[in-house]
Design a binder for this molecule. Sequence first.
Ligand SMILES: Nc1nc2c(c(=O)[nH]1)N[C@H]1C(S)=C(S)[C@@H](COP(=O)(O)OP(=O)(O)OC[C@H]3O[C@@H](n4cnc5c(=O)[nH]c(N)nc54)[C@H](O)[C@@H]3O)O[C@H]1N2
Ligand SMILES: Nc1nc2c(c(=O)[nH]1)N[C@H]1C(S)=C(S)[C@@H](COP(=O)(O)OP(=O)(O)OC[C@H]3O[C@@H](n4cnc5c(=O)[nH]c(N)nc54)[C@H](O)[C@@H]3O)O[C@H]1N2
Ligand SMILES: [Mo]
Length: 712
Amino acid sequence: MCGVEIRHRGSEIVSIRGDDADPFSRGHICPKALALKDVHEDQDRLRRPVRREGDTWREISWDEALDETAKRLLAIQRAHGSEAVASYFGNPQVHSYSGLMGGARLLRALRSRNRYSATSVDQLPHHLVSWLLYGHQLMIPIPDLDRTQFLLVLGANPVVSNGSLMTAPDVAQRLKALRARGGRLVVVDPRRTETAALADTHLFVRPGSDALLLLALLQVIFAEGLAAPGRLTDSLVGLEALRTICDEWTPERVAGPTGIDAAHIRQLAREFAASPAAVCYGRMGVSTQAFGALSQWLIQLLNIVTGNLDREGGAMFTSPALDTRRSGVGFGTPGSFAKRKTRVRGLPEFSGEYPVAALAEEILTPGKDQIRGLVTAAGNPVLSTPNGSQLSAALPQLEFMVSIDFYINETTRHAHLILPPTFALERDHFDLVFHMLAIRNTVKYCEPLFPRQADQRHDWEICEGLASRLESLDPARRPPTLARLASRWLTPKRSIALGIRTGERGAGWNPLSGGLTLGRIAREPHGIDLGPLQPCLPQRLWSRDKRIELVPALLRDDLHRLAATFTDVPADTPRGSERMSLIGRRDLRTNNSWLHNSARLVKGPRRCTLRMSAADAAARALIDGQSVTVRSRTGAVTVALEVSDELMPGVVSLPHGWGHDRDGMRLCVASAHAGASINDLTDERYIDALCGNAALNGVPVTVTNATDQARM
Ligand SMILES: Nc1nc2c(c(=O)[nH]1)N[C@H]1C(S)=C(S)[C@@H](COP(=O)(O)OP(=O)(O)OC[C@H]3O[C@@H](n4cnc5c(=O)[nH]c(N)nc54)[C@H](O)[C@@H]3O)O[C@H]1N2
Ligand SMILES: Nc1nc2c(c(=O)[nH]1)N[C@H]1C(S)=C(S)[C@@H](COP(=O)(O)OP(=O)(O)OC[C@H]3O[C@@H](n4cnc5c(=O)[nH]c(N)nc54)[C@H](O)[C@@H]3O)O[C@H]1N2
Ligand SMILES: [Mo]
């Protein structure tokens, strides 16, 4: 989403810098943008399909690779039913509009409901809550960062991450501007993060206890008569029921389990309610935990009850040039939940996908509909999903696996065939997803910077190649001729052109209208500013009666689980108790698991360290820099200890995306800076029991001296 200016001499990249004229990013870029050069030129990056033959990989032609893939997938489905082939789509797919459309096309042709993606190690609770409250999984309110006067951040580190469900370049600058205009920033996080360092107040919170804090904030607001939903009052259903629910959750009751003083909670509630424009924002730390859905729900309620939903400076909805929620190129349905359950553990689907925490057991457990074939695209679930080592052990049991990816990494090394797509600089760009999640409405399109080589394929072409082969091999899958011709004509690029033209900001079919077309957008290479977010409720609600049901039964009932979990927690967990709570960490020079083959991003002091407070280290007689073994139910890893006053006592932090020391990969730089995978410690059974999202934070672990372990 950041404007990038790349100077090149022919095919050689000379420099990469931020585009000062970009109305959204205003010259800002982060180190990941510089790594574009490294990935583009990476000798390890695949350009042609490869087939695994023993310990080696042999290049084969596209026709051979696509024919073989389609044939083998179909053979499995014919023998064992269509559910026997599963798919996993990873994060980079949402950063490629054509890849996303190709993926949707491939899923239609695969005809399997055994679908998984990175959504269930990430933002699934946001979708579920948006669907329940606002009627559409993509109606995700975005903090109006540049106009707010009070930002309350729970479990997010946007100074490092640039947000995501608050896409915002140069967050540090925007947070400084917030404070310069007299606004306040409060961060609630078990770690004093880079974002917390810029805050007026940082509160340590025990991992997984945010829902209690949020309930107590609401309790104070109701009890002190501070609730003021304002303009939306008539659109709300269940305000009284909500007040009753919150009644019992006093700050005193939650102080012990959250680790936050009752007095602090009261003060925070009063200040939040008193602000003319406040917004509460919660991200990964409160989505990927045991009460992710409850937390995301309560965050919405806090914003609604204080009148900050759909208000300038509060939580607002975007209106992008191409609104996938409204246009015909939309993805998925508004939402669905628990229409089906996974075969082995009975975890619920959301919007046609199962939680990925169930993937390994669905491969390993015999029976009807056992997964025997797998398609992965743009994902590295061995490093990114809970109990990755179990998945790594399960993948070799598949009859056939194919990966659409340009690296031979921890996951794709298990594939029989790898189909490599073009990389970012060889394809065109239009951000279909993140304009919808950004703090300002802007739009931009750019053509590929470099021509691809003749035998390279885009993600969507690979998917189209597979889909059309599946359809021609199996007449039952063949769409009617007219539909087939239409879908052939409607390439991804034509689809977005159509979506923009017919969107609310579009030119329509009137050549004289001043509205947007893809052509007009393309003529402004720096991007076009479409202005700040605008109020749009209740008209934009997806619910039929244009009202917001504040207390959906599904979420209300989950409060019992919350109460049961925290009833027995002693007011002050003794320090030095053996068990610690493990959380994650992102840093500026990573992008999940796949940018560690860039030398410039991995150089410097090692970053895959376990951070722990001095008090906890002393209690275990551990010292800074030594090797420690971290152990959980699922496994153990050995890493260097970094003693740090950033961490709340009782909590340790390890970044994700590392652990590149496996056989059979082709990632020279990454393998030399391997680190260990936190997801060998996270637990496929430790999930948000309501929706099945992985609880990657708050995992119980023990930490011991690694040499003691070795001697034992
Ligand atoms: N413990 C812990 N685990 C986590 C997280 C955490 O905070 N803690 N974060 C979670 C989150 S938020 C996410 S989104 C997931 C990410 O999890 P995944 O999406 O499973 O993994 P990535 O590391 O993003 O790997 C992306 C893969 O896509 C490939 N790739 C890159 N660009 C393209 C492309 O254009 N086309 C194709 N076909 N392939 C491409 C890369 O080579 C790489 O193999 O990880 C999750 N896992
Ligand atoms: N540089 C860089 N940028 C990225 C990425 C990357 O890998 N590297 N990944 C991208 C992706 S895919 C995503 S989804 C976004 C994620 O964006 P963010 O969510 O902003 O990023 P995280 O660093 O995962 O922030 C989660 C925070 O939650 C805290 N936390 C952990 N457990 C709890 C808890 O129980 N309660 C509370 N209150 N806090 C808790 C952690 O300490 C951490 O500070 O970032 C995106 N941007
Ligand atoms: Mo993510």
